[in-house]
Write a new protein. Structure first.
Length: 227
């Protein structure tokens, strides 16, 4: 695919563990776009609070500290992406269960969202990007040329997270993961500001019974249709 405009933007939204980042990364690589994992940004803010012993409930202190939170991404040679917090690689720390279970709260704070959305728009401006998250089509990039909403059953998502965790040496039981995912869905979908929602012009894809490559192919067909 080499006829894609330089400023073509793809928004991929969906609930936790719906496969967004794996798929977004592969598409970004195929079409030579910048990949922006917005969930990693909210996770980095949550980790910052932990590192500085700020209570996750303490909205004001977290928001006051945002000016000292610098988040960057660095592409690795094997098409993965490192998340840097104030220059340090935190890619592993932001995926620990403690951060995963507190990021919904921290990402619900108005000041946190405002700061992250501004950075996300800045990175995307004028560039070919694939951005994944919860509010990309609804808030961050409402003019994106292609909007995808990925869904999968809670069982399937818990299974995927279980396999990922096993590879990382994290051994949370499957039943616990199902409860945590359902709880995160509830928090992400019911929060006041920019909740997880499917916008009218987003195309929904249920990935429960699809392979990663099938989803990638489907989205790349949709890109072709938009050109
Ligand atoms: O995609 P993820 O699981 O890494 O996202 C972590 C959390 O960040 C998720 O529970 C909700 C929040 N988030 C958000 O509020 N808005 C986004 N655009 C991306 C993530």
């Amino acid at each position: 695919m080499n006829n894609i405009p330089e400023d073509f933007q793809i928004a991929i939204d969906g609930p936790a563990s719906s496969g967004k980042s794996t798929i977004a990364k592969l598409i970004a690589d195929d079409i030579n776009a910048i990949y922006i994992d917005t969930g990693a940004m909210y996770r980095a803010v949550t980790l910052y609070a932990k590192m500085h012993e700020i209570d996750y409930e303490d909205q004001k202190t977290i928001e006051d500290n945002l000016k000292d939170v610098q988040i960057n991404f660095q592409k690795t040679i094997d098409n993965d992406q490192k998340t840097l917090l104030n220059g340090g690689d935190v890619s592993f720390e932001i995926r620990t269960p403690e951060i995963t279970n507190n990021v919904s709260l921290v990402s619900s704070y108005a000041g946190v969202r405002e700061a992250m959305v501004a950075q996300q728009r800045e990175i995307a401006r004028g560039n070919r990007v694939v951005m994944d998250g919860r509010d990309i089509a609804s808030t961050v990039l409402p003019d994106a040329q292609l909007k995808i909403f990925l869904v999968a059953s809670v069982e399937e998502r818990a299974n995927r997270r279980f396999k990922e965790n096993t590879l990382k040496g994290i051994d949370t039981p499957l039943e616990t993961l199902m409860i945590e995912i359902a709880e995160r869905d509830r928090k992400d979908s019911t929060r006041e500001i920019s909740p997880l929602t499917k916008v009218d012009d987003a195309i929904e894809i249920d990935t429960s019974n699809m392979t990663i490559q099938e989803v990638v192919n489907k989205i790349e067909d949709l890109i072709q249709e938009k050109l």
